[in-house]
Design a protein around this ligand. Structure first.
Ligand code: SIN
Length: 349
């Protein structure tokens, strides 16, 4: 009897020590919030082989979290559904909500924030946050090219890597990043380069920041920000101005540019040929728009390189059309004049 009693006491002490140590280890885990917006990572289809004709943005954040129990080994996870849409339907309101929310969370007790997002416009939202979140802690965008219901869906591993990165001390001072297919990229430069492949997010000239090996981030360099990165305070903004993109091709005239201005565009991005070139008829219309103080940014439809042609408008440097549109929206929204806008784009050189 006495023997049984001492075994029970020993067991109770063991359980007490074990749970105390476990609790201590648990409180040592960082807090990570996952903000969900939809996309293919939350996509589903009736067929496991369907990788193109599925419904994006149909599963909720808790379903995504529950599919990867390993997330809970890395961090205290909180999930919040900001939207559940195809990323083509991400609007100014969602962008501003995301930015304000991330700034708030990172100013509090969150170690990092992960944002799940459709890949089609992920680079636009990620660039927007890279220009509007000024924090030493990381924001990590993640998506997937295959829906959650597909055989060999990439979403669960991408999500695990994104949370691992957001929780990593090595991710500090690196701003907003994008994780997909084991690659870590700067949100400032990365772009979607392939319509269907898992290996789609690349920064052609600038390369990657690092990659994942065996579940752990390996960076190539010490933390750095893009040269002269600009920041905008959007805390008081409730909307963003209309800025349209016009794609240049042979035989184009002034019709679309004039239509954009009539529709109320406060700025225009011309996705020009080569080093910022366009047909004469459009060039004349650009010159006319500039006399009306409408800022016009010239990008290159080639998809890489540097636009230096300053014959007309503001050249975008390394920024592509969709990123230039975001920067122009923010510049106009915060009251920049033409000279200041030029300076913002000059800072990209
Ligand atoms: C989307 O961008 O929402 C759909 C496509 C994707 O996430 O890959």
């Amino acid at each position: 009897m006495k023997h049984h009693f001492s075994i029970i006491i020993t067991l109770m002490i063991f359980i007490f020590i074990h749970t105390t140590v476990a609790a201590q280890a648990d409180t040592g885990k960082p807090n990570i919030t996952i903000l969900a917006t939809g996309g293919t990572i939350a996509g589903s289809s009736a067929s496991k082989t369907d990788t193109t004709d599925y419904q994006a943005g149909s599963l909720g954040i808790q379903t995504l979290i529950d599919a990867v129990p390993e997330l809970n080994h890395i961090a205290h996870i909180t999930g919040e559904q900001i939207a559940n849409v195809d990323s083509n339907d991400i609007d100014n309101h969602i962008l501003l909500t995301l930015s304000k929310k991330v700034n708030q969370l990172l100013s509090q007790n969150q170690q990092g924030v992960v944002i799940t997002h459709g890949t089609d416009t992920l680079e636009e939202s990620a660039f927007f946050l890279s220009l509007t979140v000024k924090q030493s802690k990381p924001t990590v965008f993640v998506g997937a090219m295959r829906p959650a219901t597909a055989i060999s869906a990439d979403g669960p591993m991408n999500l695990l890597e994104a949370v691992t990165l957001a929780a990593s001390p090595q991710a500090q001072q690196r701003g907003t990043m994008v994780v997909l297919n084991d690659r870590i990229a700067s949100a400032f430069y990365v772009t979607k380069t392939n319509a269907v492949s898992n290996d789609t997010f690349k920064a052609i000239e600038q390369g990657y920041l690092g990659l994942f090996i065996n579940g752990q981030p390996k960076f190539f360099y010490t933390p750095a920000a893009p040269i002269d990165q600009v920041y905008f305070d959007v805390s008081q903004l409730t909307n963003l101005p209309r800025v349209d993109i016009i794609y240049v091709h042979q035989g184009q005239d002034a019709t679309l540019l004039n239509a954009a201005i009539s529709a109320g565009a406060k700025g225009i991005v011309i996705d020009a040929t080569g080093n910022g070139n366009m047909p004469k008829a459009l060039e004349e219309a650009v010159a006319k728009a500039l006399t009306k103080n409408i800022p016009i940014v010239i990008t290159s439809r080639t998809g890489a390189g540097y636009v230096s042609n300053k014959k007309q408008g503001i050249s975008s440097g390394f920024l592509n059309a969709q990123k230039s549109r975001i920067l122009l929206q923010l510049a106009i929204a915060t009251g920049a004049n033409l000279t200041q806008i030029e300076t913002y784009f000059d800072h990209q050189r």
